[in-house]
Design a protein around this ligand. Structure first.
Ligand SMILES: Cc1ncc(COP(=O)(O)O)c(C=O)c1O
Length: 380
């Protein structure tokens, strides 16, 4: 794993990067792709635009393979997860008395937008996180005949809890409820399959486990539902005749590009396409194995070295992800995070604890360094 860090990333030698659940470093090949793109833009402007569109197509193909989508026609490239969720929430037509069901503790983007539907008389139901093993059943038990949509994170941002999407997907299908998945904390780290999990909508930005830049996200919508989402962002790019600027007769594109109103973010597309080529080369199955092994290493070593710290991430293997969060007793997590940063250890303060989120290339030696630094910071 350490070898990959040296060959595939450009991280400074004194940086231990354990913050992929926030914003990831770019791999070397993404840095090079952006440098080349910038040079071309400077020297030749957009003379090679058709080549850029080939990169964009390759990106759609990689994203389609990553989630097991049937076709690149189902992949829309949008600004971020929040925008994708908003397009879904405001694309659907609501009736007073409808309800939406989510878990408590969701990232704000997967709560605020549903909460905002109260203006249409829609109720938001937040299911408390009581158990780890029966969580999906508890969520489904909160659904009734007025439930129109369930929206969950595939992996919870604060604890790293991995949701059993298939159980929720099957439950939703049986009850004819739409199923929306915020997959930002999974894609690139944890295997994901839109068909197997029965999702109707999937949203995920590229700047976390996919190792891409901020500002370019995937929106996947089950093709049969595409026409049910009303469009609120209109422009030349989302029509069935995007190059025909004289056309007065037009329809929204039959493909998911109907969700892309104007000029694409080709700078970010070059970076994300390159980053995903690395993810594909290693393979998500292997990546997930590495992640499970390194997060296990963190859990075991933190437990023996800091028995007073409380692990709030799940221990069960099938519930784990790339996130390990530890509550540091009476210490302030944000102060500890800052102190760790001063020692070159990049992590986050989330869920009342310190959140470590290593990727496939992090080695046990780096974890030892991070825990040594934590020991020093706690002693201060
Ligand atoms: C679960 C989850 N959803 C959404 C977001 C926000 O995504 P975006 O900035 O792409 O809207 C985050 C960011 O941390 C997240 O963890």
């Amino acid at each position: 794993m350490g070898i990959l860090r040296n060959t595939e990333l450009l991280l400074d030698a004194d940086v231990v990067y354990l913050n992929h659940a926030a914003v990831a470093p770019w791999p070397r090949r993404a840095v090079v792709a952006v440098q080349r793109f910038a040079e071309t833009c400077g020297k030749r402007g957009a003379a090679d635009y058709p080549r850029w569109l080939e990169v964009e197509l390759r990106l759609r193909q990689r994203l389609a393979r990553l989630i097991n989508a049937r076709s690149t026609d189902d992949i829309a490239l949008v600004k971020n997860t929040s925008e994708a969720l908003s397009m879904i929430a405001y694309g659907l037509q609501w009736r007073p008395g409808d309800n939406v069901v989510i878990f408590e503790g969701e990232f704000p983007s997967n709560r605020l937008v549903w909460e905002s539907l109260t203006r249409y008389g829609v109720e938001l139901r937040e299911v408390p996180l009581r158990t780890e093993d029966r969580r999906e059943a508890e969520l489904l038990a909160r659904c009734d005949r007025h439930t129109r949509l369930v929206s969950v994170s595939s992996v919870q941002y604060a604890t790293g809890f991995r949701t059993d999407l298939q159980t929720i997907g099957e439950g939703c299908r049986r009850r004819k409820i739409l199923f929306c998945v915020d997959a930002i904390q999974s894609l690139g780290a944890v295997p994901f399959d839109v068909e197997a999990c029965g999702a109707d909508f999937v949203a995920a930005d590229g700047h976390k486990w996919m190792l891409g830049p901020e500002g370019l996200a995937l929106l996947w919508c089950r093709p049969e539902l595409r026409e049910r989402l009303q469009l609120h962002e209109l422009g030349w790019h989302m029509t069935d005749r995007p190059g025909d600027f004289e056309a007065r007769q037009w329809r929204p594109s039959a493909t998911a590009t109907r969700f892309e109103c104007g000029s694409p973010n080709l700078l970010a597309a070059h970076a994300l396409e390159a980053s995903l080529s690395l993810i594909e080369e290693i393979g998500v199955t292997q990546i997930y194995e590495n992640i499970l092994s390194i997060t296990r290493y963190i859990m075991e070593n933190a437990k023996s070295r800091f028995p007073e710290m409380e692990l709030i991430s799940p221990r069960a293997e099938d519930r784990r992800s790339g996130i390990v969060t530890l509550r540091p007793g009476d210490a302030d997590p944000e102060a500890l995070r800052r102190a760790l940063l001063g020692c070159g250890v990049v992590c986050a303060a989330r869920g009342g604890g310190l959140r470590f989120s290593p990727h496939f290339y992090n080695a046990p030696g780096e974890i030892d360094l991070a825990l040594d630094a934590l020991s020093r910071c706690r002693a201060r």
